[in-house]
Design a protein around this ligand. Structure first.
Ligand code: SF4
Length: 353
């Protein structure tokens, strides 16, 4: 079983973000913990293999809140417990407290090492804070660190992608997640583009930067095991791999999704609506869909092609597409160019933060 907990709070909205967040100066931590535990009461949460605190900004939750949730939800430690964190929240004290609470993996929203780019994104940290965050986590004994980077930015920012990759590789975090910038409706970025203040991301640049990252990281010992994710050997994300292989999971919190292998359910998106529903003893679920056999098969093909394992093919049933798809060891797999095309079919990847 895999558990996702959505912490919706952020201190401000990043320029490209359309996630379900609640911008708050003060985080209602006690209320959040209580309401999550109440929702958890309606689920069987036995033998948790992975737990993932995603957001929003889970690192805004006080460490005591994270400790209380882990203590109540899992009597036995799960194998992989990830916290998404913004670099500015990673102090030596927080890192130690997170480790003591049971966090053993941190996903850092670094995004770039160019301070001008970070300002443009409305991020609250600078590059130096990302370096300090990695050090503080390692000092606290959290070695398994993932770093998010965004590529495909508008040309006028003059972002030096090669340099960002160079710095990321030198930091040697165990895992890297790379996301192409997408323009979501009603975000600040969408408004800037509509009034001509900035250009929409360029497709050629997107492709070039994606392929550059692929070459660079592979040369430096990282393995791309999914379209957007690369890790050092032995450090694939177990939690995300469970999503990608269609395994069941439970999601708690506003906008969180759950899947039992057949039916997908998702919670009310807005924090207030979600909080009221759970506090009043109503269901937090906004809606659900049950996948048909055909939908499940299609999803398995799509998810399989997103991973480096590809999909098993019967002899002669599927042919390779030169440059994009190849058949190796009885499995159909995407090349980096194929992944680029496959990824452009996805309108939004929910794991960017
Ligand atoms: S990108 Fe992450 S930190 Fe920024 S507003 Fe969205 S959820 Fe919050």
């Amino acid at each position: 079983m895999h558990l996702y907990i959505h912490v919706p709070f952020c201190q401000r909205r990043c320029s490209y973000c359309d996630f379900s967040i609640a911008v708050r100066k003060q985080i209602p931590a006690r209320e959040f913990v209580d309401v999550i535990l109440k929702e958890a009461g309606g689920h069987e949460l036995n033998d948790l293999e992975t737990i993932y605190f995603g957001g929003g900004t889970p690192s805004l939750l006080p460490p005591e809140g994270i400790a209380a949730l882990l203590h109540e939800l899992t009597p036995e430690a799960a194998a992989e417990v990830t916290l998404e964190a913004n670099p500015e929240d990673v102090t030596a004290e927080h890192a130690k407290a997170w480790r003591a609470a049971g966090i053993n993996r941190v996903s850092l929203g670094g995004q770039s090492f160019d301070d001008n780019v970070l300002k443009w994104m409305h991020r609250s940290h600078d590059a130096a804070q990302t370096h300090r965050a990695v050090q503080a986590l390692r000092d606290a004994g959290i070695e398994n660190i993932s770093l998010d980077l965004i590529f495909g930015l508008p040309e006028e920012l003059n972002r030096d992608w090669d340099q960002d990759l160079e710095i990321a590789v030198a930091l040697r975090t165990t895992h890297l997640s790379l996301y192409g910038l997408t323009v979501e409706p009603r975000t600040p970025l969408d408004r800037w583009i509509s009034r001509g203040a900035t250009h929409a991301p360029d497709e050629d640049r997107y492709a070039e930067e994606y392929l550059t990252a692929h070459r660079r990281l592979t040369t430096d010992g990282y393995q791309f095991y999914e379209v957007s994710n690369a890790s050092l050997p032995g450090y694939r994300s177990r939690h995300n791999s469970a999503y990608w292989s269609g395994r069941p999971y439970v999601g708690l919190g506003p906008a969180a999704h759950s899947f039992d292998g057949r039916t997908r359910r998702w919670n009310l998106r807005a924090w207030e609506a979600y909080r009221r529903a759970v506090a009043e003893g109503r269901s937090a679920v906004e809606s659900e869909e049950t996948l048909t056999e055909e939908q499940r098969e299609l999803e398995a093909v799509y998810l399989g092609l997103r991973s480096s394992d590809g999909i098993a093919v019967g002899t002669g049933s599927i042919r390779a597409v030169p440059g994009w798809l190849e058949v190796r060891d009885g499995r159909l797999k995407c090349t980096p160019e194929g992944w680029l095309r496959l990824d452009s079919l996805v309108t939004h990847d929910s794991s960017t933060h």
